[in-house]
Design a protein around this ligand. Structure first.
Ligand SMILES: *Cc1c(COP(=O)(O)O)cnc(C)c1O
Ligand code: SF4
Length: 336
């Protein structure tokens, strides 16, 4: 990241979270070596090509994985087992019809009143089940200019959702500019940020970000993405606490993933740990059948019975909605 000061001088600035992205693991071998997992185990996992959606795992996130365990639920989110056939039938590159819903590059409107901006194509972690893994994205700057124009004209929009990729990959200075521009649109009242950064690199919750949230006249909601209770360590608790202190509402969305969080015990402890930290479980998504995610699906029937079991043992607000995305529908489909 570089900023311009004055007219000619270019001063490279790298904040701690940006350094953490640079030092992230980018291949299975070095990750397994760090985790003290036998290198013979590597052959049991898909080796993605380097480049746009290669292996990417920040060290802070890897530090929460159990050493020596190739079945660790955090590890299995970032490397996918070889078990299922790749290019399996029913798995597509755009499973939720996002391309059809893209009005202008980077601007998605599927649901009334809400506009979703694909603010950044980049993420701090590459989740092997991600439904946007085959997408290309325009650059940030052009998205913001066009989006502000589109939203200014459409008075029915009351909520802006920053998504991506991960919108918090954008530098604080650009985010601050966007916050100000959105706050000038009188019909926009809420700002939602869909991000995994506070979980995988908690230092991303900078003082500057908290100040923006605090200063914004918009109601700010941060939707984090945590799939397993073990992802929440003290560094994540601190990040969550800082966002809440800045006045943000915190929600979680998770994806129901085979072998990672599909047991009652896994979901129970995730929900409890979320609400104990002031994060409301919002959605538990059924996996979108995206190419590359063939080893992760859990059936709708299993998901529904899981939710029913949770409802019998947790407060109502601690149980997420089991949701599925169906192209062309006016909302996500709630299965339980
Ligand atoms: C999921 C989604 C939303 C948000 O839906 P909510 O049910 O309000 O959380 C908005 N736009 C798009 C394109 C989405 O996929
Ligand atoms: S952080 Fe979100 S958008 Fe990025 S790879 Fe993971 S699931 Fe996909």
């Amino acid at each position: 990241m570089e900023i311009l000061t004055g007219k000619t001088e270019i001063v490279p600035t790298t904040s701690r979270w940006q350094q953490e992205i640079r030092s992230a693991f980018r291949d299975i071998e070095s990750l397994f070596e760090y985790l003290e997992i036998d290198t013979d185990e590597v052959s049991g996992f898909v080796r993605p090509a380097h480049g746009r959606f290669g292996i990417l795992v920040p060290r802070n996130f890897a530090s929460r994985m159990e050493k020596g365990n190739p079945r660790d639920p955090l590890l299995l989110q970032v490397v996918s087992p070889n078990s299922a056939p790749q290019n399996g039938s029913g798995f597509h590159s755009d499973p939720v019809g996002d391309r059809a819903a893209e009005q202008e590059p980077g601007i998605l409107q599927k649901y009334r009143g809400r506009v979703l901006l694909l603010l950044s194509g980049a993420c701090a972690v590459h989740c092997r089940y991600c439904f946007r893994q085959h997408f290309g994205y325009p650059g940030t700057g052009s998205v913001i200019d066009q989006a502000v124009d589109v939203i200014r004209r459409d008075k029915t929009v009351s909520e802006i959702i920053l998504s991506g990729g991960d919108p918090l990959m954008v530098a604080d200075s650009s985010l601050a500019d966007l916050f100000l521009r959105l706050a000038e649109l009188p019909h926009v009242r809420r700002l939602r940020i869909h991000t995994r950064l506070p979980v995988v690199i908690p230092s991303r919750v900078t003082d500057a970000l908290c100040q923006m949230i605090l200063d914004s006249p918009l109601a700010v909601c941060v939707v984090v993405h945590i799939n397993h209770a073990r992802e929440i360590d003290t560094s994540v608790q601190t990040a969550i606490h800082r966002l809440k202190s800045a006045g943000a509402t915190l929600l979680n969305q998770a994806v129901l993933l085979q072998g990672i969080n599909d047991s009652y015990e896994d979901q129970f402890s995730l929900c409890e740990k979320l609400v104990d930290n002031g994060v409301i479980p919002y959605y538990l998504h059924l996996l979108d059948p995206v190419r590359g995610a063939e080893s992760y699906p859990v059936s709708a029937a299993d998901g529904i019975s899981l939710i029913q079991q949770l409802r019998e043992s947790l407060p109502g607000y601690a149980v997420p909605r089991l949701a599925k995305e169906e192209p062309g529908h006016a909302s996500k489909t709630i299965l339980a």
